[in-house]
Write a protein that binds this ligand. Structure first.
Ligand SMILES: Nc1ncnc2c1ncn2[C@@H]1O[C@H](COP(=O)(O)OP(=O)(O)O)[C@@H](O)[C@H]1O
Ligand SMILES: [Mg+2]
Length: 251
């Protein structure tokens, strides 16, 4: 049912040990190979839900069914090893999995090229821009060919031009590799450009208020962002977000 990389969330809730109800009942099916974004205000449980999907957090009720395969995570903070070069950081997980040195080298070169880091193999993280550090974090996550890629606001700290370009490259990578992707973002345009579906969450307690299908065909041209249909759907998603947040008397 969930297939390789596919996810089924069945009546998931999460109450933390301090009594905080972070997530009320969530039911979602994310087909293998799909790209889903989760948007919602701070504190509505997006990261908690992503961690449950990753198997890093146990839900209090319900089940999370994951297909076979290992998840890979990309966070807003790239968490790179400062004493390792770009290539050394990309190779880290392969080395931990005992890949042969020649395989590590070939795969590192491949993913570095895919994320646009070719030629920077010998640079150290402190020599890279924020956008390049994010590329490196993405390359490291992709190196092991994950079936499931979980992204927690990876582009939130990147400038707008770089962000657009990274979205386009991420979309191409996803179309080429076929992994299941779940992206948490504050940015409605980012969610719409990348995803097949956008899940809108509301806070206190965190829950899904609406799921939007995003009908635009892939590959998506950068110009899509300026189209009336894109703007109209962005308006609908933003209105849903606003309504679900203000009902609670917040902001
Ligand atoms: N480990 C934890 N223990 C207790 N409360 C937590 C923990 N992690 C998150 N929370 C709380 O759960 C709620 C949802 O957090 P989170 O999933 O990080 O939301 P988001 O990613 O949407 O900002 C917040 O109120 C947060 O303070
Ligand atoms: Mg979060």
């Amino acid at each position: 049912m969930s297939g390789i990389g596919g996810i089924t969330l069945d009546g998931i809730s999460k109450r933390y040990d301090n009594g905080l109800q972070a997530i009320d009942t969530v039911d979602l099916a994310l087909p293998a190979g799909s790209f889903t974004s989760i948007v919602g205000p701070s504190g509505c449980g997006k990261s908690t839900l992503l961690r449950i999907i990753a198997g890093l957090v146990e839900p209090s009720t319900g089940r999370c069914l994951r297909g076979a395969g290992t998840p890979a995570f990309v966070f807003q903070e790239p968490a790179l090893l400062p004493w390792r070069t770009v290539e050394g950081n990309v190779r880290l997980l392969m080395e931990l999995e005992d890949w042969a040195t020649s395989d590590c080298r070939a795969r590192a070169a491949e993913v570095q090229r895919q994320v646009g880091l070719g030629g920077f193999e010998r640079a150290y993280p402190h020599e890279l821009s924020g956008g390049m550090r994010m590329r490196l974090s993405l390359a490291r996550a992709l190196a092991l060919r994950p079936d499931l890629l979980l992204l927690d606001e990876p582009l939130a700290a990147v400038d707008e031009l770089t962000r657009d370009l990274l979205q386009e490259q991420l979309s191409q990578l996803w179309q080429g590799a076929g992994f299941t992707a779940v992206l948490v973002t504050h940015n409605v345009h980012e969610a719409l450009f990348l995803s097949e579906r956008v899940v809108v969450m509301a806070p206190r307690p965190g829950r899904v208020v609406r799921v939007f299908d995003v009908p635009f065909a892939f590959p998506r041209a950068p110009e899509l962002r300026a189209s009336p249909a894109f703007a109209a759907l962005a308006g609908q998603v933003s209105a849903t977000l606003r309504a679900s947040t203000t009902i609670q008397g917040q902001s």
